[in-house]
Structures are given as structure tokens and as C-alpha cells.
Design a protein around this ligand. Sequence first.
Ligand code: FES
Length: 113
Amino acid sequence: MLREGMVVRVPILPTPWFEDPEIGRVKVHGGLIVARKGGRAIAYLNLCRHVPLSLDLGDGELLSADKTRLLCHHHGARYRIEDGVCDYGPCEGERLIPAAVDERDGELWVEVP
Ligand code: FES
């Protein structure tokens, strides 16, 4: 169970991260979404801004069909990976809640917001 202020170590593994040189890598880790895009690690709470539900359906599937956005599988909100802004769907203009990421010594540490 994630709690506010908790720092979580996220294993950096080649799988099951989605990996594409153009798009980046995305995975669900507990209640967090962790992505890597353009060499930068990014994290958000796995919580849609439309209704407080996880974006995936418990299966870790996060990407839109064209693999350019994080997709909420409940009502179709699409969020840009790089800044978490919803650019299509019922919560357009809202933003996923970001989590601070620190990468050191080959490990990723995410602070739960
Ligand atoms: S709960 Fe995510 S779009 Fe409705």
C-alpha cells in the first residue's frame, strides 16, 4: 500500500516495460506509473483525473493503440507521457499527479505524492 511521502524503489528491468526507442518505456509499479521517455524517468500516480480509478484494468496495460499516450481504459482519457496532461477525453486539460523521481546508482526511486 502506497502512502504519501513514501519512497519506492522501482526495479529497472527490460521487461515488462514497454520499450520503443521513439516512444519510451512505461510500466505500472504498485499504484504508480513509471515511464522513460527521451532518457528521462517520469512517474505519476496511477489515478485517472476523471474518476479516481487506475488507468489500467489491473493488467498493466496503459498505452493507447498508437502507443503515443497513456490511456485510461475506463472512459478513454488520453494523457501525454511527457507531462501527464490529458489532451483528449472527459478530463481534457487536467494532469496526472506527478511523483518525484530520482535515479541513482542504476536504481529508480519514486516518492509517492
Ligand atoms: S475514469 Fe478515466 S476516463 Fe473516466
